[in-house]
Write a protein that binds this ligand. Structure first.
Ligand code: PMP
Length: 390
């Protein structure tokens, strides 16, 4: 049987595969520290769960509005207007099963076979794969470690062609933890002005996890670009709701019609009673802030700890919950990851999974307890001083 070629050619998700594999290995050897996952280690706040229990008890278990719960969409529109200065209306918002599906819908709605989508590396593995599965061509712009992964208009320009339909950005970034700086915005502005037909997918799923009082900015807040920015966001990371599969997108009215058709024919609607939980989550500001503070403490612990280990460097994360650690080694990142698992029982994701080819980096998630992170630092120090020829 010849299966769909576009999908058959796509690589399986390296991070999802590694997470599953490490969980299996941990069953055999519980000493393994699993720092592969992009999953908060906090429980979903109780108020959110209580809402859903009440919804179930009230029997709200049927199909719901395809676009999403009206109150939830109104609340998200208010949030986007007030917090992100992006004047979307409830009619521009679609609730999806996870932010990943919002990314999928955006790409499917824009890409015709042969169209190109620019993505930035290091970057989240699913962007290029979804573009490929949609018949499009992902074009990587390799940002550089030694430039702190800053965006330049020249690098974007070198990747553009008359087939470019979409630019995908993700800040705070998975895996580097970088956020958009003034200079990045400037570069994007120069580029987007020059190419008025290119849409931007702005994946803002880590937006509430930001450190050192840094301010985040959404490209959709810039009036001249607003109409062609699609915001993707969700509840997985900032509200510790990965298993709920709830996300959303916000886009202009014309695109919304296209996205909604695909959604109605593939998903129908996202679970109505779960969306009521998401509505509660929108107002659990304190819980989100408590989790952010815990991540910030862990981030500080890692910044200090890694600084004391020879042969490794950490790019200070400004947001998200990943430590992007650069190793001074002759091994490639995949071999190094296996070696670290073997000798130090630390599991991370190799930089190559995010398209980093210039230097050897590993992504360690710090959605893990401080105790786990301290053990990780001790083991990494021992590994670096005994095994890595330093
Ligand atoms: N975007 C990025 C950058 C992510 O890291 C993730 C989760 N790993 C997602 C989207 C998907 O989130 P969700 O669980 O809501 O599908």
């Amino acid at each position: 049987m010849e299966f769909n070629r576009q999908i058959s050619n796509v690589e399986p998700s390296k991070s999802v595969t590694l997470l599953t594999k490490t969980k299996e290995l941990q069953k055999i050897d519980p000493e393994i520290l699993n720092l592969t996952g992009g999953e908060p280690d906090f429980p979903t706040p109780k108020a959110i769960c209580d809402t859903v229990v009440a919804e179930l008890a009230a029997g709200h278990t049927h199909y719901s509005d395809s676009r999403g719960d009206a109150q939830l969409r109104a609340r998200i529109a208010r949030k986007l207007q007030e917090e992100n200065h992006a004047p979307f209306q409830p009619e521009n918002i679609l609730i999806t099963p996870g932010a990943k599906y919002a990314v999928y819908l955006t790409i499917r709605a824009l890409i015709n076979p042969g169209d190109e989508a620019i993505w930035l590396t290091p970057g989240w593995v699913s962007y290029p794969s979804i573009v490929e599965a949609s018949g499009g061509i992902p074009v990587a712009v390799h940002l550089k470690y030694e430039e702190n992964y800053r965006i330049t208009a020249e690098a974007l320009e070198a990747a553009v062609s008359d087939k470019t339909k979409l630019l995908i950005i993700n800040y705070p970034n998975n895996p580097t933890g970088q956020i958009l700086t003034e200079a990045d915005i400037q570069a994007l502005t120069v580029f987007l002005r020059k190419h008025p037909n290119i849409y931007v997918l702005s994946d803002e799923i880590y937006e509430k996890i930001v450190y050192d009082q840094k301010q985040i900015i959404s490209l959709a807040s810039i009036p001249e670009f607003f109409d062609r920015v699609v915001i993707v966001n969700g509840f997985s990371k900032c509200s510790a709701m990965t298993g709920w599969r709830l996300g959303y997108l916000a886009c202009n009215t014309a695109m919304y019609q296209v996205v909604l058709k695909l959604f109605q024919h593939s998903i129908s609607c996202t679970s109505g009673f779960l969306q009521r939980g998401a509505l509660t989550a929108m107002d659990c500001v304190e819980k989100t802030e408590q989790m952010r503070q815990a991540y910030e403490k862990r981030k500080n612990l890692l910044v200090k700890g890694i600084h004391e280990i020879p042969g490794v460097e950490l790019l200070t994360p400004a947001g998200a919950f990943y430590a992007w650690v650069k190793f001074d080694t002759d091994m490639d990142s995949e071999t190094l990851c296996n070696d670290l698992l073997d000798k130090a029982k630390i599991a991370g994701v190799p930089g190559i999974a995010y398209g980093e080819e210039d230097c050897v980096c590993i992504r360690f998630s710090f959605a893990a307890s401080e105790d786990v992170l301290r053990t990780m630092l001790e083991r990494l120090k021992t590994y670096q001083t005994t095994h890595n020829d330093l």
